[in-house]
Design a protein around this ligand. Structure first.
Ligand code: NAP
Length: 254
């Protein structure tokens, strides 16, 4: 079995790569920071003896996404994890920098589409040889469940990921192609450092006084969904840290 993971150079994507390699999946790892991917690939090959290919990919670049499979050596992809994504800024919408809107919409919405298209078409083409189970896992967010103040555009992109997942699930329902949406609350990764452009203090404050989810917690859910019996389709999983009730209510230890 081969899994393609986008955004595998950090956080949840890296954790998915580790968890899937430990279950003997061959991997195609994609992200912009290919040096990190190469290092991870080498580590996973040594640890688990699996085949791992690292490919440079900016998901906002349609041409790069279209050539991804070819550049990865034409792997047959059984599992796609659309994980690459980001938030920029946390201010009221009228004060947002519109360049941040472009970046979030291009990566989180259009990026999912660009990457999914060639992979799902390959998955469908394989069905001509008989029913062939495959799986697409999309990383949405609790932000897509309910918009929170100062995050309107990031929240909108993740609501779009939910709609794309729900729509795609229906469009491929005649095949054994499962579509799973995972919607985490606060996970401590590089996410907040990226959101606050390297402001460590602001990034750390997000997780102050709580025991946040880890990237490995989310990778466990991905593994659970993709290894479930083939009759079982996990359509949607929403998960929060125990200290987080929803997007608005977080208990912080003093
Ligand atoms: P992270 O540690 O910052 O990792 C983000 C990954 O996405 C990196 O590997 C990054 O790789 C990749 N990426 C970003 N823009 C990209 C682009 N244009 N092209 C290719 N890859 C790109 O953040 P994370 O928490 O693991 O986030 C992973 C996913 O989970 C995101 O979709 C995020 O929205 C979602 N999520 C996160 C949380 C949270 O609290 N952390 C909660 C809910 C959902 P390069 O920079 O090397 O390209």
């Amino acid at each position: 079995m081969t899994a393609l993971v986008t955004g595998a150079s950090a956080g949840i994507g890296e954790a998915c790569a580790r968890a899937l390699a430990a279950r003997n999946y061959s991997l195609v790892l994609a992200a912009r920071r290919v040096d990190r991917l190469e290092k991870l690939a080498e580590e996973l090959r040594t640890l688990h003896g699996v085949s791992v290919t690292a490919v440079a990919l900016d998901v906002t670049d349609r041409a790069q996404a279209e050539s991804l499979l070819e550049r990865a050596g034409n792997p047959v992809v059984d599992v796609l994890v659309n994980n690459a994504g980001l938030a920029r800024g946390l201010e009221p919408l009228p004060e947002n920098n519109p360049d941040d809107w472009d970046e979030m919409i291009d990566a989180n919405v259009k990026g999912v589409l660009w990457v999914t298209r060639p992979v799902v078409r390959q998955m469908i083409a394989r069905q001509a040889q008989g029913p062939t189970p495959t799986h697409i896992v999309n990383l949405g967010s609790l932000a897509g469940v309910a918009a929170y103040p100062n995050g309107a555009v990031y929240c909108a992109t993740k609501a779009a990921v939910k709609a794309l997942s729900d729509g795609l699930r229906q469009d491929v329902n005649q095949y054994p192609i499962r579509v799973t949406l995972i919607q985490p609350g606060m996970v401590e990764t590089e996410f907040s450092q990226v959101r606050f452009r390297g402001d460590e203090g602001r990034a750390k404050a997000v997780y102050r006084g709580i025991d946040p989810l880890t990237a490995a917690d989310i990778a466990d859910l991905v593994v659970y969904a993709v290894t479930a019996p083939l009759r079982v389709q996990i359509t949607e999983l929403t998960v929060t840290a125990t200290h987080q009730a929803n997007a608005f209510t977080v208990f912080r230890k003093p």
